[in-house]
Design a protein around this ligand. Structure first.
Ligand code: AQP
Length: 330
């Protein structure tokens, strides 16, 4: 059997180059080696308040970006999480086997909770829903950025606990990180990861940003008190700019050192900006073409959901049977 890949992105803001280099770009490269399912996880997005009209728009926008980036809808399934009710149903069943202490340890919950005035229970339960997303499809591989590693570990722990309580049910998923770009940092603050929900114009480069804006954001990026690239002593801001260049270009470590040693920060930023623009412009052009026909995206999303429903429903049925929950005919 061909191994299955599952991953997702929240429609919680503008997709940025961190999402692309840590996740989406990697999905495009590996999709044909697997049976691939890529989700737009709207049920995750609402764990913090989203304006309804913006959320609706973002879901379609992200589907368009997936296609423009090169996700092949003839091979890979693009699925809006809420259109497959089994995600939420399995999440509840798994909630019942997940100790609260496991969730209290999640660093992303702690970070996000600290930024909210009041915290919904959904934010706390988020990692269980994510485990459900993965286990629902019995996914073998979950390609994500480094920030999601702890959540994948938790999904494995939940699967293991369920299997030991109720018998073999779930496949153990494995993480797959990109070689470079697994953690792109904020351009305004290279000690914090680039994030959709961070405020401030100098923080992120969005995938649909026009070239002049990309140039402006990267030219203003925080570096350090040095003036030229020194691979031995560089601070996190310079390391981040180099990681962005290397991930987009695919250059080796040796090529990077030979080319950039001693290059002044202003020139480094110019080269990172031009490399980023050259990679994003063709994607933006395809995005405009794809979204010129809004029904195209809706068709892809409908077909995606229809294709995965049988697998999703079969897993929930199996879980219910193993737990002793009433199922017809048993
Ligand atoms: N800065 C990043 N560097 C590398 N990978 C990243 N990812 C996110 N930020 C970076 C990867 O993108 C995928 C989708 O992320 P998500 O939408 O599920 O949410 P997130 O990880 O919480 O991303 P954001 O951008 O920070 O969103 P908000 O602000 O809405 O929480 C994941 O594979 C993630 O690893």
């Amino acid at each position: 059997m061909i191994p299955r890949v599952l991953s997702g992105i929240q429609p919680s803001g503008n997709l940025h180059i961190g999402n692309y280099l840590g996740a989406l770009g990697n999905w495009v490269k590996i999709q044909h080696d697997y049976e691939s399912i890529f989700c737009i996880v709207d049920l995750h997005a609402i764990t913090v308040y989203q304006k309804p009209d913006e959320l609706r728009t973002k879901i379609r926008e992200i589907a368009g970006i997936f296609l423009a980036a090169g996700i092949d809808p003839k091979h890979s399934r693009i699925v809006v999480q809420s259109t497959v009710p089994a995600h939420a149903e399995l999440a509840w069943l798994l909630t019942c086997v997940t100790p609260m202490g496991w969730l209290e340890r999640m660093t992303q919950f702690k970070a996000k909770a600290a930024a909210q005035e009041s915290i919904g229970d959904g934010l706390f339960q988020y990692p269980v829903l994510m485990a459900a997303d993965i286990l629902l499809y019995q996914a073998n591989i979950v390609p994500v950025g480094e920030d999601q590693m702890q959540h994948i570990e938790l999904a494995r722990d939940i699967a293991q606990r369920f299997n030991s309580l109720y018998g073999e049910t779930f496949v153990m998923p494995a993480t797959r990180l990109p070689a470079v770009g697994a953690r792109i940092m904020g351009l305004d603050d290279p000690t914090a990861k680039m994030s959709k929900s961070a405020s401030g114009t100098g923080h992120a480069v969005a995938l649909l940003d026009p070239p002049d804006r990309i140039r402006r954001t990267i030219m203003r990026a925080t570096t350090d008190s040095g003036s030229g690239v020194d691979f031995e002593t560089m601070g996190p801001g310079v390391a981040n700019l180099l990681a962005i260049f290397q991930s987009f270009s695919g250059w080796s470590d040796d090529q990077m050192r030979t080319h950039f040693t001693g290059v002044r920060y202003g020139d480094l930023k110019k080269q990172v900006a031009e490399m980023t623009i050259s990679q994003l412009e063709p994607m933006q052009q395809r995005y405009r073409e794809i979204t010129a026909d809004p029904s195209h995206v809706d068709r892809v999303l409908h077909e995606g959901a229809q294709a995965v429903l049988p697998t999703a429903n079969a897993t929930v049925q199996l879980v219910k049977e193993h737990m002793g929950i009433y199922t017809r005919g048993r």
